[in-house]
Design a protein around this ligand. Structure first.
Ligand code: SAM
Length: 396
């Protein structure tokens, strides 16, 4: 058997037995202009095992996902065109190399650590670690390896996309494109990940990141252009005043303090199908809290006051969302060891309401009275009342 056929047999076997980890076709000599190399790895898409191909051209990368059989045919058709092919299996690396005189086939054991890394990578299945935008964002290095200091962010991004992916299946698509507005988009980690995910799912995303800081807007805009993310744009804007015409999904992740309330208000006002926020730095209610007599011992501890303020702030947000026709969940977003900003409010629109639910509004009134709360920004905004937003714009 020739080395070529031996390699093809190993490759075929690895795909059928699922020992296949990755393959890189390099030193491309074929006819496709500007193609440099192809990297393929297994991914799970909607619980289906697929092989993701990243075609690296001189100026851009293109990703395509194939079912196993089609992936094998595509790989086979590329074998002839590349001078070097490296295939990683669970415990060994196989290399097929050609030059003018001969073809060699070599096999070497993969160190345990490399195998573990591969397994870890497979768990991160919602965002493909090979995607070049991750390098531009400083999450992976030039070899698409995770930069150790970004491990927590990477975990958070994947967890967020997992939740986002599941929620997106529950909403109707009103128009051809799914319009997402991300308030307080910051460095864009989650904005890019959402765009990438929706694009992979052929859901035609149109995403707008709104951010106060001009340098971050410019940073993200450049990366979007570099990666040909043509329906992803970033605006320098303030969540208090930015007025999109329409949207399907409102996202505000770690938008500081009452920026979250402005963002939720915008979502409700524009009849968003989905509202997703991870609130951050709850400052509004704490100075207003008056401890009910029976809770005085508990709230004599500063840490408990902070936790209580946070809990009441988010409870009222969730209740208001429910009152306006949303089904709302409040849950832990990523485990505490990964970040302290770990709460998610996820609301899916279930019914159209013209007047907010009177029973829920009464419950909110009673809750506020119990703690002596005079004002909650989301409630005021929904009542068209002005909000004191002097402290907004914190950059934690
Ligand atoms: C903690 S960062 C979160 C970034 C990103 N959403 C994430 O989760 O990775 C909060 C961002 O909100 C921005 N921000 C704060 N107030 C804002 C406002 N009024 N309008 C728009 N952006 C705001 C900050 O500049 C900052 O970049």
């Amino acid at each position: 058997m020739s080395h070529y056929h031996e390699f093809l047999a190993i490759l075929t076997q690895s795909l059928t037995s699922q020992t296949f980890q990755r393959i890189i076709f390099s030193q491309y000599q074929g006819e496709e202009a500007e193609l440099e190399k192809i990297t393929c790895r297994p991914i799970m898409l909607q619980d289906q095992l697929k092989i993701s191909f990243v075609y690296r051209y001189k100026t851009q990368d293109i990703t395509k996902n194939y079912a196993i059989d089609d992936a094998l045919s595509e790989m086979q058709s590329r074998l002839e065109d590349c001078k070097q092919i490296n295939l990683w299996l669970s415990s060994e690396e196989v290399q097929l190399k050609r030059n003018k005189k001969r073809t060699t086939l070599t096999t070497q054991k993969v160190k345990t650590m490399q195998v573990e890394q591969t397994h870890n990578r497979e768990k991160q299945r919602y965002v493909d670690q090979q995607q070049p935008f991750l390098q531009d964002l400083g999450i992976t290095d030039q070899k698409a390896q995770l930069i150790p200091t970004m491990a927590r962010k990477w975990k958070q991004i994947n967890k967020f996309i997992e939740i986002f992916a599941s929620a997106v299946t529950q909403i109707p698509q009103k128009s051809e494109q799914l319009h997402v507005v991300d308030f307080g988009s910051g460095k864009g980690y989650l904005t890019f990940a959402m765009y990438d995910y929706l694009q992979q799912q052929q859901l035609k995303p149109y995403i707008t990141g709104v951010e106060l800081r001009e340098n971050l807007v410019e940073f993200c805009q450049n990366i979007a252009q570099k990666n040909d993310f043509n329906s992803l744009e970033f605006f320098k804007g303030d969540v208090r005043t930015y007025q999109p015409q329409a949207l399907d999904v409102m996202v505000a992740l770690h938008a500081c303090d009452i920026a979250t309330d402005f963002a939720i208000h915008c979502g409700i006002r524009l009849d968003a199908s989905m509202i997703m926020c991870a609130p951050c730095c709850h400052k509004e209610l704490r100075p207003q809290l008056k401890s009910p007599e029976v809770l005085a011992p508990m709230l004599s501890y500063g840490i408990h006051q902070g936790q209580q303020a946070e809990m009441i702030t988010d409870t009222i947000r969730a209740m208001l969302l429910n009152a306006y026709g949303y089904e709302t969940k409040v849950f832990e977003f990523v485990a505490l060891e990964h970040t302290s900003k770990n709460k998610m409010i996820l609301a899916i629109k279930r019914k159209n309401v013209t007047v907010p639910d009177a029973k829920i509004m009464q419950q909110i009134k009673e809750l506020k009275a119990l703690y002596g709360i005079k004002t909650h920004s989301l409630e005021r905004l929904l009542l068209d009342e002005t909000v004191d937003n002097e402290k907004l714009g914190c950059r934690c």
